[in-house]
Ligand binder design. Structure first.
Ligand SMILES: NC(=O)c1ccc[n+]([C@@H]2O[C@H](COP(=O)([O-])OP(=O)(O)OC[C@H]3O[C@@H](n4cnc5c(N)ncnc54)[C@H](OP(=O)(O)O)[C@@H]3O)[C@@H](O)[C@H]2O)c1
Length: 299
């Protein structure tokens, strides 16, 4: 059985490819630029295929003989077109099962229509279901790895600066997603199912700051910044305005809700021990101290 993982240089895709390598199961990884995928080529059993999901003519070799796909691409403005184009190519290539990495915020009442990425995920899921291809959806909450993007301010000023008020989220470690995805990709019986997943605790930003502080053994305090101030900080950090605006939408919708729901049903189904934020912060201490590189959200 040939399994293809797209988004393999990214966060959940990379974690899933690493899980295949750890288990000694061969896998094919789609990348746009082989020169930027050296960490993947170093892993045992990983076959690289170069192609762009927006350009079907570049996907023929990558999709040749593929039975099952884990489809992931960036949460940018092109996500709908990218994944719809890829679904069409997968249908033409005779793929038998497509697993889509989606996203859910985990907050009861969160309206997916109010944030570009969650809205796009809904549209892609409708497109996938209409394609006739057997499908499965993985729906993780916010990634813990997102907080690594705040590392520069955490290291320099001891501050986690986000426009979140007292709202809580239940972020998940992408390594947990990789372990769950591995089983979904390699065992039968998942067609037509949606697997939601979150981290093990609903945490306010102050509680997340406390856990990062413990992980790096330095004080870190949460600062509830005004949305307009955070937008200026994102722009100063090099985010293009549409991306800063999309994040503004996301945080505005999150602030409307209180606590996040914890949903460990998929962890239990697939026998994956949920990683706590404290364990994640300790593991990533060098990155939170800005001493080690981390993968940023692609622009
Ligand atoms: N961030 C969160 O907290 C969160 C939570 C839940 C769900 N999600 C969802 O998870 C998914 C991935 O998240 P992310 O934005 O953090 O990105 P990511 O997984 O870190 O990176 C995106 C990956 O997609 C690849 N890619 C993008 N466009 C492509 C194309 N046209 N052809 C081939 N590969 C392409 C990128 O390859 P290159 O290396 O070539 O750029 C990269 O490997 C998104 O759908 C997002 O909505 C995110």
């Amino acid at each position: 059985m040939t399994i293809l993982i797209t988004g393999a240089t990214g966060r959940p895709g990379g974690a899933t490819v690493r899980e295949f390598a750890r288990r000694g199961t061969p896998v094919r990884a789609l990348v746009r630029d082989a020169a930027r995928a050296q960490q993947l080529t170093a892993l045992p059993g990983v076959e690289l295929a170069v192609g762009d999901m927006l350009w079907p003519e570049t996907l023929e070799r990558a999709l040749d003989g593929v039975d099952t796909v884990l489809m992931i691409s960036s949460a940018g403005p092109l996500m709908l077109e990218t994944q719809a184009t890829f679904i069409d190519a997968a249908v033409r290539a005779g793929v038998r099962h497509l697993i889509k990495l989606s996203g859910g915020d985990g907050q009861p009442g969160f309206d997916p229509e109010r944030f570009r990425s969650t809205r796009s995920h809904q549209q892609i899921q409708r497109y996938l279901k209409a394609s006739g291809l057997p499908w499965t959806v993985l729906a993780p909450s916010q990634f813990m790895q997102v907080y690594l993007e705040e590392a520069a301010t955490i290291a320099a000023a001891g501050e986690l600066r986000l426009p979140m008020g007292g709202t809580a989220l239940a972020p998940i470690d992408v390594e947990d997603i990789g372990r769950i995805a591995y089983t979904v990709l390699t065992t039968p019986g998942h067609e037509g199912r949606t697997y939601p997943m979150t981290g093990p605790q609903s945490l306010t930003m102050a509680e997340i700051a406390d856990r990062i502080a413990a992980g790096i053994d330095r004080p870190v305090r949460y600062v509830d910044v005004e949305p307009s101030v955070k937008r200026d900080e994102w722009l100063a950090a090099g985010y293009p305005p549409p991306r800063a605006d999309a994040f503004g939408q996301l945080f505005a919708e999150r602030r409307r809700h209180g606590a996040a729901r914890v949903d460990l049903s998929s962890h239990r189904t697939f026998d994956v021990a949920p990683t706590t934020f404290a364990a994640f912060a300790a593991r990533e201490a060098a990155a939170f101290r800005a001493e080690a590189k981390h993968a940023r959200t692609p622009v």
